[in-house]
Each structure stands twice: as C-alpha cells, then as structure tokens.
Design a protein around this ligand. Structure first.
Ligand code: UGA
Length: 404
C-alpha cells in the first residue's frame, strides 16, 4: 500500500519503518524542515534502538517531505502528531490542523485516515466531520526505548471504526504481528488508550507508596514485595519497579488529560488523581534522603533521560530532580549515555562520580548496573533500585523503598 504518516516523532517513525519493512511505500510528512532534511539524508532525529538501522535498510520505501500534496494518492494516512496537555487540558489543535490539510489533499481520494495520536474520546468523530473520508482509531501502545520491538510485537491491536470495511483494512495491515485484535467503536478505542496509560501510572504510584512505608521499616525492601505480589497472575510483575516517579511524554500528559476530560463530564477520577499526587511527591523524598547525607556540596545525577534507551528528556523526573537540587543550593553535575541537558554540567561517568559528594541514580540505564565498586567511598542514593544493597557501604547508602 501507499501509506502516509503525518508527524514524524517516535510513533510516526516506528510505525513508518515497521510498515516499510513489510514492503509498503511510506510518505512521511512533518512541518519541521530540519527533521525532514535529516531524514532525507537517512538521519534519525531521535535515538531509539534499531531505528537508524531500519531507516537505512528500508530507505528505498520512504519519501520524506513537508508537502502534504504528496499524500494525494495514498491508500491510508496515519495521524501521529503530538497531543500536548496545555493548562491541564489536551490540546487537539495539531490533530485538527492535519485533518483540515488532509481534507484539502484527499479530495478525489478515498484514503482511510487512521488516528494513532493519543486523543480524548470524541476526537475521531470530529476528525470524520472534517475530512469526510473514513476514519479509524488505532491507538498506539509502544514504549519509547523499545518502540520498534513493541510495534512489531504488540500485546493487542485496537481498531475503532464506524465503517467495518475501513476497520478491516487497518486490521489487515497489522496482521503480520499476529497480535489479538479488539474491534471497538471510536470512543471505546480512544478510551482504551487512556485507561491503559492511567492504569499503568496508578500501578507505579501504588508500588511507590508501598516503597514509602518500606523505608520506615527495619529490614524491608520493596523489590522483594514487588517480586512476590507480581507472581500473582492477577497483578503481574510489570510496572512494579519503585523509583523516583514516572515521567516522559505520555503518562504525565495523559493522566492529566483524562482527569480533566472526565471532570468536564462531571466525573472525578479519584484514583488517577491520587496517582498523580503521589508521583508529584517523589522528588521531595529523594531530596530529603540527600539532606540526610549532606546539606550542601556536589551531587552527581546519573541519568537525564526519562527512561533508559532513549535520549528523550520530556517530563523527565531526573531533570526535575536536577532543577530542585539546584534551587536547594547543591552543585549538580550529570551524566547520561544518550541524553543531554543544559540544566546541569554534563560530564563523563567517571568524572561525575569523582566530583560528587553524593551520587543519585535517576535513570536505570544498563551502564549503571554493577557500579557498586566504583561508587565506594561516596554517598549513594539509588532512585531506581539497580544497585545491590549488600555490596554498598551501609552508612553511605540509601535507596527508594529500602528500610533501615
Ligand atoms: C508509555 C506506555 O507504557 C506505552 O504503552 C504507551 O504507548 C506510551 O506511554 C504512550 O502513550 O505513547 P513510555 O512513556 O514510552 O510508554 O514509557 P514507559 O516504559 O511506560 O515508562 C514511563 C515512565 O514510568 C518512565 O519514567 C519510567 O521510568 C516509569 N516507570 C515505568 C517506573 O517508574 N516504574 C516501572 O515499573 C515502569
């Protein structure tokens, strides 16, 4: 098929390379000229495992452009633009802008418009009013850092459609993944995405609260609790890693968006609101651990990206931590294998540790595992539970969810 993808962020690019691998011709559209120019030279604008290689390998199936006009004879167009939260509410302007452009371009064409961007219920219906073409809601569940793997091996494919044939076509497109398919209405498909992200955010905040209690107990480690409860199939072991909180471009904005969307409908999402509140308190707890060690001095923050295997720092808890530490008067240096920031002086791993009075692990990069020996002599706070407490100096080590 000839497939348009509008919005070349992580979702658009991962969708693009995976469908290009399947032999489809992809026309990638973005308003960012620099991004398009880079992609035309086979340069991925973001770090995502496997993305650069896939881009190069299937480059012959790609056209990158800022010109919507090239979408005129496509069979299907994905909308993968961002849907930021502004003043606590979802901003759908980019999605509707794209819809208007598609209406003008697809005039003589019955291309199906597929919404992958995370949008509140009712959006597909509005996009349909604008474009007139068939619209399918096909929410994305990939995680940054494993975007390509997740796109190829999703747990399920959700297809929300009004027109059965349009839904069938999109279902067929993803058949190669062998994933179970949920056919739904537009509103159900849109709601599934928010329910999924909110539930995962709640799960993490839940274990983080359990971690708080563990810290007050003698000989109690939250990782043991998480392991044991995760063995219960009804709970499952995933997303039970206690830490300094959830960040990134999805959970913070999506939880806020659904809370305010529900409130506009006269419903309170009390549990999701509590999860947000718990998350907002994570940094305060790390700072108080730090104050238990030193009141001033040099802090090395290991990890700046919002999670490992990405250079994305959007809503990164590590960055928020750095800002808070600076406002508390600490001098901060940082190291990350891929991400950079202007918020702290970025140095090499060894130098970061050498300069520091206290080292805080803020992102669980593999590179930070096994650092116990190198950290000898330093105060250490493990904010992501990747160090082995038995190998650390007792008086100099604190970790999220680890009791005295
Ligand atoms: C999340 C969802 O996991 C995806 O399914 C969804 O498609 C995506 O949002 C989206 O809406 O586009 P992502 O934000 O890329 O994916 O990353 P996650 O792996 O979910 O991590 C989010 C945050 O939670 C990170 O800051 C991570 O460090 C934190 N986290 C995750 C924990 O603190 N503990 C855990 O056990 C898991």
């Amino acid at each position: 098929m000839k497939i348009g993808i509008v919005g070349l962020g992580v979702v658009g690019l991962a969708t693009g390379v995976v469908l290009a691998e399947q032999g489809h011709k992809i026309i990638g559209v973005d308003i960012d000229q620099n991004k398009v120019k880079g992609l035309e030279c086979k340069r991925s604008p973001i770090y995502e495992p496997g993305l650069q290689e896939m881009l190069e390998r299937y480059f012959h199936n790609f056209t990158f452009t800022t010109d919507y006009g090239l979408l005129f004879n496509t069979d299907l167009v994905f909308i993968t633009v961002s849907t930021p939260t502004i003043d606590g509410k979802i901003y759908l302007g980019y999605v509707f802008d794209v819809a208007k452009r598609l209406r003008d371009v697809l005039k003589r064409n019955d291309a199906i418009v597929v919404i992958k961007s995370t949008v509140v219920p009712g959006t597909a219906r509005k996009v349909k009013e604008i474009v007139k073409n068939d619209v399918v809601s096909n929410p994305e569940f990939l995680r940054e850092g494993s975007a390509i793997l997740d796109t190829k091996n999703p747990d399920r494919i959700v297809i929300g459609s009004e027109n059965k044939e349009a839904g069938d076509l999109v279902e067929n497109l993803w058949k190669f993944t062998n994933a179970p398919v949920i056919r739904a209405t537009w509103e159900e498909a849109e709601m599934i995405k928010y329910a999924a992200n909110s539930f995962l955010a709640v799960k993490i905040s839940f274990i983080n609260e359990i971690a708080n209690v563990c810290e007050k107990l003698k000989d109690c480690d939250v990782t043991v609790i998480a392991k044991a409860i995760g063995m219960d199939k009804r709970i499952s072991p995933y997303f039970l890693n206690a830490g300094i909180g959830w960040g990134g471009s999805c959970f913070p904005k999506d939880t806020q968006a659904i809370v305010s969307f529900a409130r506009d409908l006269g419903e309170e999402l009390k549990i999701v609101e509590a999860a947000i509140k718990v998350n907002n308190e994570r940094i305060k707890r790390v700072v108080s651990m730090l104050k238990g060690f030193i009141k001033e001095g040099n802090v090395c923050v290991l990890g700046v990206a919002f999670k490992p295997n990405t250079d994305d720092t959007r809503e990164s808890v590590a960055l928020k931590l750095i800002k808070t530490l600076k406002s508390e008067g600490y001098k901060v240096v940082a190291y990350d294998p891929k991400a950079i920031t202007n918020e702290a002086k970025m140095v090499g791993l060894d130098e970061c540790i050498r300069i520091a009075d206290v080292v805080i692990i803020a992102t669980e990069w593999d590179e930070f595992k096994g650092l116990e020996e190198k950290l000898r002599g330093k105060f250490v706070i493990d904010g992501r539970r990747i160090l082995d407490p038995s190998k650390m100096e007792k008086e100099k080590f604190k970790a999220v969810g680890l009791g005295e």
